[in-house]
Design a protein around this ligand. Sequence first.
Ligand SMILES: Cc1cc2nc3c(=O)[nH]c(=O)nc-3n(C[C@H](O)[C@H](O)[C@H](O)COP(=O)(O)O)c2cc1C
Length: 328
Amino acid sequence: MTHGFPQGGIALAPMRHLTQGPFWQILNQYGAPDAYVSEFVRVHKNFTLNPRQIEDNLAYADKCPLWIQLMGNDPDALLRNAEILQKYPIAGIDFNVGCPVPKIYKKQAGGGLLKNLPLLKTLICSLRTGCSKPLSVKMRIGFEHAENFEKILDILHEAQVDSITIHARTVKDRYGGQIRYDFIRRAVEKLPIPIIANGDINTLDDIKYVLSFTRCWGTMLGRAAVRNPWIFSQWHSHNKGHPIDYPRYKHVFEYLQKIDKTFKLNRNANKLGLLKNFCKYIGPAIDADGDFWGQILKSSTESEFWVRCEQGLLKGLQGEKVFRGEVA
Ligand SMILES: Cc1cc2nc3c(=O)[nH]c(=O)nc-3n(C[C@H](O)[C@H](O)[C@H](O)COP(=O)(O)O)c2cc1C
């Protein structure tokens, strides 16, 4: 994750169904991060990437280097798809070694690979063979425990991956267990390649803290970016010593309108579900008692959703309130 990714840089984490192309387009307007990573592409035995899918991703990511993330457990299929990908002007290939969804890890893909280190080694070596572009791995510190952490780092380093992103909790912790930045620091001390820190980095102060505590190359933000898509421009302003520009609640309303307009869903997909999905992350930054999110959750139609959004974000003087983007 260093190809065009500056030291101290900040990447957008992949979040399936949320931080994809249309979201990158919105960020391109608010201030792009230093790298985009696609949501995982599930590579089954007979799967072959569709060139249209890669080209669409590249068109969306025109302001920022793009990493395409693969996930799978078949070395030949991964090799074949890595060979296809590397013909495109992407920054690199990222391999998913952290997905905590049981359906995935039970098939020894994603986070399940942290329990099968010989297979992990085979897959990384296969990807390395097919990919002369930078190869990164996004991993967790272990499956149920972190006893094999150093062994996993050795495998990745011996297979010559170029960088590693570490979501500093175990697979079994999913998204809520204790975050362990000390493991990221250990990886930085052990390996001579860039380590990117990920997990619960929610504010500018968090970014500063994690960079200084772990001495990592850069950071990666997921949920915080969905909650506060202005965080990348705020970070860049901070770095330049410029004052931080905070949006207001009326701008959060406009952000939701942009999501509504920018995401083009297929015929069977559910726009209300998508909007609610975004609000699940935004809600805790609107009010501490969960009123906004509670109201949104009750919407059963899109028009009801917008009425409730107007009430929560625009009514009275609400629209002029400063949105800090932090969990209230
Ligand atoms: C809804 C959702 C979807 C996710 N999809 C992916 C994915 O496709 N690939 C991946 O490597 N991680 C995925 N993640 C994990 C995030 O990239 C990230 O590691 C995790 O959310 C912790 O970072 P955060 O605290 O900044 O959100 C997903 C997380 C969530 C909540």
